[in-house]
Design a protein around this ligand. Structure first.
Ligand code: HEC
Ligand code: HEC
Length: 151
């Protein structure tokens, strides 16, 4: 009987502990800390300003075989199952007219090393590898140094 009472008491203590925690944090709203700054969980932080995408090459290549950075804005360019806006200018067929650099032969090779007649599925989603260049500050510290030949 004594043991049972002690057990009941300690359950009671646990429950009142939870009630205190709830008072200190009304509604259970916690904060969220991320690389984009801090915000309350239930608040929608305003979006960042659009970055400027300069036309001239401002960011040099850091390593050999790096996917070149995109020197133009890509706002509203659809890349989906139905359409690939990038290829409307960059495919071999359309590049003559658009004046855009044509995608290189590597973009036609599949993972079995076979050369295909059209863009390889593994190169379809251009933005997996190519990103627009901008002078954004790095979010995390990076001590990467280029190879000698590119310095
Ligand atoms: C309206 C035509 C057009 C569209 C659409 C377009 N580009 Fe371009 N892109 C160009 C032109 C033209 C250049 C050459 C540089 C310049 O004049 O801006 C270029 C340059 C590039 C380069 C640099 C090539 C190099 O050799 O350095 C990359 C990478 C690139 N674009 C990727 C993309 C990606 C990815 C998309 C889709 C999200 C895209 N482009 C959509 C016209 C286009
Ligand atoms: C898996 C990564 C990857 C994907 C996906 C990819 N690329 Fe590339 N791209 C590269 C790399 C790496 C290079 C540089 C070496 C080379 O030419 O293969 C490059 C080079 C280029 C170049 C410059 C070619 C030249 O001759 O200088 C253009 C333009 C380009 N890509 C456009 C595109 C477009 C448009 C798409 C989408 C249809 C795309 N890329 C998808 C990795 C990728």
């Amino acid at each position: 009987m004594k043991k049972f009472l002690i057990a009941l008491l300690s359950v009671g203590a646990l429950l009142s502990g939870a009630a205190v925690a709830e008072l200190e944090n009304p509604g259970g709203i916690g904060g969220l800390e991320s690389l984009r700054g801090n915000s309350e969980l239930e608040a929608t932080r305003p979006a960042d300003e659009f970055k400027d995408f300069p036309k001239d090459q401002i960011v040099a290549s850091s390593y050999v075989y790096q996917p070149p950075l995109i020197p133009h804005s890509i706002r509203n360019y659809e890349v989906s199952l139905n359409a690939n806006k990038c290829l409307a200018c960059h495919s071999w067929k359309n590049s003559k007219e658009s004046g855009a650099t044509k995608i290189s032969v590597t973009h036609y090779v599949n993972r079995e090393d076979a050369v295909l007649a059209d863009v390889s599925p593994r190169r379809y989603f251009c933005l997996q590898c190519h990103v627009p260049q901008t002078d954004a500050k790095p979010l995390v510290k990076n001590e990467f140094e280029s190879v000698d030949s590119l310095q």
